[in-house]
Design a binder for this molecule. Structure first.
Ligand code: SF4
Length: 488
């Protein structure tokens, strides 16, 4: 492990982790400053490391990559002065898609390549499901990889393309790539955004003054005062230059399969997805959950922060009062303290504390966004009972997570997912709670605006972590022995 790398998080909150956020700006003086702000707003999509590449007509390309939070690195004047120019892209990352080991600084994006027609940098959100096969092929043909990231394949495929310019080389490269990709890229004069044909991961276009912005989420447009223009469409490439925005559709069209978990958990509640407020969708999930799984109780409490909007919806629909029964310490940083054994054992208590005076003697409904391994749910239940609650009922704002994600989300192996090995009733016994209910897949689809629920023949979203129906076969994993669910 690099000595600059933060320690692994000792207070595992047992959540799926989105692996990346991406952001790019063209046409604004000192674009890197705006990128730093955008990445700060996207920090929830990756806290391990961040990087910025920029271009200045006089000074050429410059870059900086750092471990840790954006606010701890990219706010320093001494660093930002080394990142001049009107064009910049950036990336925040959580995890190690591809390497499955500790992150090295060379894994931190954006990646840069020098081509015959000039330099280009790319920042990728998602996961390439045929990256192992591509890497093997590229290495056999002479490519020298710098990192262990799947995303680097894109740069090498671009280097091998015979197309005349960088956007066309990107198209060429991305046609060979399977899986999920939202990409922000730049040349000396262009900002480029691409979404895979299924549109699994988000990407939006914004405008501020004479400048244009690409971002994983709309919340990062707000921070720099940019107005939301539109989403980059699934399968679309936008090329932005002094001439404005050009749009291409270089891939074979397919029915979109946006990640439904972005609505449940990954995206920030103040973002807008598909014209819908994420907060409102989550509140609606709580409404559906209260209809599907009512229970007689005294209080509805969210597991903060991600369970909050669904708990509000549950309370509104059921008429049971909403209360902040659990308080979250907002200041738990990754580098807060060295994790000794004794501190590790404190686990979730370091992050969450029960509002004892409120809970005592009450029948409590706890609303959480998901159950992954169940470790945190168990500890929270113990804390609530220790505080004197009479009953604990879990209501979960997503269906049981029974399958791993291969599209840019860090998931435990399938055997570690509680729902992969237990029925709902067995999970309730395992967690030792009075009741446990998950929203149904149809209920979740209704909450995201599909009034007749999930179209079983052709689902409107990717929901593979709940259904096991992968919209793109995870070919590298299948080669390693992963068994995809057989079609019904
Ligand atoms: S498998 Fe789950 S988390 Fe992954 S893209 Fe699909 S819905 Fe999202």
């Amino acid at each position: 492990m690099s000595k600059h790398m933060p320690p692994a998080h000792p207070f595992d909150d047992d959540k799926l982790k989105e692996e990346c956020g991406i952001f790019g700006v063209i046409g604004l003086t000192d674009a890197a400053n705006f990128v730093a702000l955008g990445l700060h707003a996207l920090q929830h999509r990756g806290q391990e490391a961040g990087g910025i590449v920029c271009h200045d007509p006089e000074q050429g390309f410059n870059s900086a990559r750092r471990f840790g939070y954006v606010r701890d690195n990219f706010t320093k004047q001494s660093l930002m002065e080394t990142l001049p120019g009107p064009l910049a892209i950036g990336h925040v990352r959580y995890s190690t898609a591809g390497s499955k080991g500790p992150t090295q600084i060379r894994d931190v994006q954006p990646f840069f390549g020098e081509f015959a027609m000039g330099g280009a940098a790319i920042a990728h959100n998602g996961n390439i499901t045929n990256a192992d096969a591509l890497r093997r092929e590229l290495i056999e043909r002479g490519s020298i990889f710098q990192s262990s990231s799947d995303s680097e394949c894109i740069i090498h495929l671009m280097a091998r393309s015979l197309q005349r310019n960088i956007p066309e080389r990107m198209e060429d490269a991305l046609r060979r790539v399977e899986g999920a990709f939202s990409v922000v890229a730049m040349t000396r004069t262009k900002l480029i955004g691409v979404r895979d044909p299924l549109g699994v991961r988000p990407l939006v276009l914004g405008q501020v003054g004479d400048g244009w912005v690409l971002s994983s989420e709309t919340c990062a447009l707000d921070i720099i005062g940019a107005k939301f223009v539109r989403e980059v469409e699934p399968g679309e490439m936008v090329v932005i230059s002094d001439n404005g925005v050009e749009s291409h559709f270089p891939f074979r069209p397919q029915s979109p399969r946006f990640c439904i978990f972005e609505h449940v958990y990954f995206s920030r509640p103040d973002s807008i997805i598909g014209g819908r407020s994420v907060y409102e969708t989550r509140r609606q999930i709580g409404v559906e959950l209260a209809r599907e799984a009512p229970v007689d109780a005294d209080l509805v409490c969210p597991v903060p922060d991600s369970g909050t909007p669904a708990a509000i919806g549950f309370s509104q629909e059921s008429g049971i009062p909403y209360a902040m029964g659990i308080i979250r310490n907002q200041y738990m940083g990754r580098t807060f303290i060295e994790p000794t054994e004794q501190i590790r054992n404190m686990g979730v208590r370091l992050k969450l504390n029960v509002n004892r005076a409120l809970i005592q003697g009450k029948r409590v409904i706890l609303v959480d966004d998901s159950v992954v391994r169940g470790t945190t749910s168990r500890k929270i239940k113990e804390m609530i009972l220790d505080a004197g609650a009479k009953e604990v009922h879990f209501r979960i704002a997503s269906p049981p997570t029974a399958w791993p994600c291969f599209y840019g989300v860090d998931t435990p192996q399938r055997e570690k997912l509680l729902a992969a090995t237990m029925s709902e009733e067995e999970m309730r016994d395992h967690l030792a709670v009075d009741s446990l209910k998950f929203i149904s897949l149809d209920g979740l689809y209704r909450a995201v605006g599909e009034s007749s629920g999930r179209n079983a023949k052709c689902p409107q979203y990717c929901d593979a972590c709940f259904s096991g129906e992968y919209p793109v076969a995870p070919s590298d994993m299948i080669e390693k022995g992963f068994e995809v669910k057989a079609a019904e």
